[in-house]
Design a protein around this ligand. Structure first.
Ligand SMILES: Nc1ncnc2c1ncn2[C@@H]1O[C@H](COP(=O)(O)OP(=O)(O)OP(=O)(O)O)[C@@H](O)[C@H]1O
Length: 290
């Protein structure tokens, strides 16, 4: 099995918003980061990867099982973390542990309580009294305590303090090396993905814009800054050109060619994932608007 998740031709019409022919492979044993603007469809995609209905177009297989037919078994093998919590609010994590023992085939109470202690979450406090970040930590502790082979984390880090975010990234990386799990991780904190992701998937307006190995992505594209006068001439080599008081900035796949053609009139730099998203989005907007 090469892919932990295969999404083929997923279509979902939600009225104003549509997932359009989503084809996606989440490679087994790697961390895939899912990025995209607010409302681009990250949460919708994750949701429909887990609850595909007959009337939707497309096929999804997870861990070599057909999602439609074997949902129950699959949910046992997937660790889920969402930004908002879905727990019963009036019980404490200790009581929740009792429910989870029944729910999961491979529940490890000792692991669960060890994580809660490590994360500083009070196991005797009613869930409704936990802070937003503490609820996320609870959710992470659960996801890590039932031998999940696949972790799906939808914006897990947005409510976490920087210290714990770093700790979580370390935990995830350790899991990858020790247990060979697969992780799908959506976030706006792209620096987290620059640190730990192996693959990056960007979606925009319900479509997959790219699905690439992170290292290849960063090797393939560079930022270029330069003198405004060369924009027209170099246009073909520039992606998402922005003009500012100092000149222009753009993304390019051809840094070498730009240097050969324009010498000191251009400056080549490395890109961040945020900048890549910005330039790609700009380029797409320009194409659409003519
Ligand atoms: N149940 C629903 N019915 C109709 N439209 C919906 C529903 N849920 C979400 N949408 C719409 O689908 C679009 C995509 O939303 P989604 O939550 O998937 O985006 P996202 O990429 O996760 O955004 P964010 O980064 O803000 O969390 C939005 O325009 C949203 O309004």
């Amino acid at each position: 099995m090469m892919n932990a998740v295969t999404v083929a031709g997923l279509e979902k019409d939600m009225g104003r918003f549509r997932l359009k022919d989503i084809n996606l492979n989440i490679r087994k044993g790697y961390i895939t980061g899912l990025i995209g603007e607010n409302g681009s469809g990250k949460s919708t995609l994750i949701h429909h990867m887990l609850v595909l209905k007959k009337q939707d177009g497309g096929r999804i297989s997870i861990l070599d099982k057909d999602l439609e037919k074997e949902r129950e078994e699959l949910l046992n093998r997937i660790g889920l973390v969402f930004a908002e919590d879905r727990f019963p609010q009036n019980i404490n994590p200790k009581r929740l542990n009792g429910l989870l023992t029944v729910y999961y085939d491979h529940w490890h109470a000792d692991t669960f309580f060890a994580y809660l202690e490590r994360f500083n979450v009070d196991a005797t406090s009613k869930i409704k009294f936990l802070s937003t970040g503490e609820k996320v930590k609870l959710s992470i502790a659960i996801a890590l305590s039932h031998d999940a082979e696949l972790l799906i984390l939808d914006e897990p880090t947005s409510n976490l303090d920087p210290t714990f975010r770093m700790e979580l990234l370390n935990i995830l990386q350790t899991l990858m090396t020790d247990e060979d799990v697969t992780i799908l991780f959506s976030t706006h904190i792209t620096t987290d993905l620059e640190k730990i992701a192996d693959y990056i998937v960007m979606i925009d307006d319900g479509e997959v814009l790219f699905d690439m190995e992170k290292d290849v992505l960063f090797e393939s594209y560079r930022k270029v800054k330069g003198d405004r006068k060369i924009i027209d001439d170099a246009g073909e080599l520039l992606i998402g050109t922005t003009i500012n008081a100092l000149g222009f900035e753009a993304m390019t796949r051809e840094p070498q060619a730009l240097v050969e053609l324009y010498g000191r009139k251009v400056l080549i730099e490395n890109l961040t994932l945020d900048e890549m998203m910005y330039f790609i989005k700009r380029e797409k907007g320009e194409t659409i608007n003519g």
